[in-house]
Design a protein around this ligand. Structure first.
Ligand SMILES: NC(=O)c1ccc[n+]([C@@H]2O[C@H](COP(=O)([O-])OP(=O)(O)OC[C@H]3O[C@@H](n4cnc5c(N)ncnc54)[C@H](O)[C@@H]3O)[C@@H](O)[C@H]2O)c1
Length: 247
């Protein structure tokens, strides 16, 4: 059992899917949460009844200046940041081939999946360093480990996230800060619902357990990764793929 009483967590993409499930679990286990998303209505509906424990900030997290002021706002309100979970992500256009990929779409996917995770981690690290404690979790994907055909932008951006995790894990290993990633296969969320059926079938057919992961399974593993108990693993990409990746 983990207990997040007295801890402050920032979750991006908290209005939907994995981010929402992880934020709710951390809230229920006593954490104060800073919630970053551009879906104002969903943030309001999900978190307005936790006024003392939560601070919702509506922003486009691909804007570094807005990320910096959001982190300042949360520090001002709660006084510390122990945990960062980067969940906001998009697939971009999928079910296509590399010679047909638009550079514009590739840039857009990298801007959110990779750059925004860099912006948030850069912004929280000074206060984690000052406290000699921190837990950062970047949500990557099995696509970043294996490369899903038809998903160049998404797979490459998630591989970049895995690379950043390895770098950051080593850089802060002596500062009480762990930086890990999580690589899910398919979990039914609005992100998956928006993808072409053929692309989703390609991904789910590869899962040995012959089922999708659940949000509860994702939230359970994510909260363990950002807990105090997870103290000797850093720079690592945890698997959540029903047996697809055994490395
Ligand atoms: N669902 C899966 O099967 C799966 C598998 C592997 C990895 N992932 C990763 O998990 C993470 C969460 O995915 P999900 O399925 O929960 O997605 P989702 O679409 O349900 O949620 C993503 C959230 O990010 C927010 N968001 C998107 N762009 C934003 C921006 N520019 N600024 C602020 N907020 C923004 C959206 O409003 C939404 O609330 C993503 O990084 C995704 O790549 C998901």
């Amino acid at each position: 059992m983990t207990d997040f009483q007295g801890q402050v967590a920032i979750i991006t993409g908290a209005a939907s899917g994995l981010g929402l499930a992880i934020a709710k679990k951390l809230l229920n286990e006593g954490a104060k949460v800073g919630l970053l998303d551009y879906n104002e209505t969903a943030l309001k509906n999900e978190f307005d009844h936790f006024p003392d424990q939560s601070e919702s900030i509506v922003l486009d997290i691909t804007r570094q200046d807005l990320v910096e002021s959001a982190i300042e706002q949360i520090l001002k309100r709660f006084g510390r940041i122990d945990i960062l979970v980067n969940c906001a992500g998009i697939t971009g256009i999928t079910n296509t081939h590399s010679h047909l990929v638009s550079s514009e779409n590739l840039h857009k996917v990298f801007e959110l999946n990779f750059m925004a995770s860099f912006y948030t981690s850069k912004a929280v690290l000074p206060s984690m360093l000052a406290n000699n404690y921190g837990r950062i979790l970047h949500i990557a994907s099995i696509a970043g480990k294996e490369g899903n055909a038809g998903m160049l932008a998404y797979s490459a951006s998630k591989a970049a996230v895995i690379g950043m995790t390895k770098v950051q894990g080593k850089e802060y290993a002596e500062n009480g800060i762990t930086v890990n990633a999580l690589a899910p296969a398919v979990i039914q969320t609005p992100l998956v619902a928006a993808m072409p059926e053929a692309q989703v079938k390609y991904m789910t057919d590869k899962i040995p357990m012959k089922r999708c992961g659940t949000l509860e399974e994702a939230a359970n593993l994510a909260t363990y990764i950002v807990s105090k108990e997870n103290s000797f693993t850093t720079g690592f990409t945890f698997d959540l793929s029903g047996g697809r990746a055994t490395y």
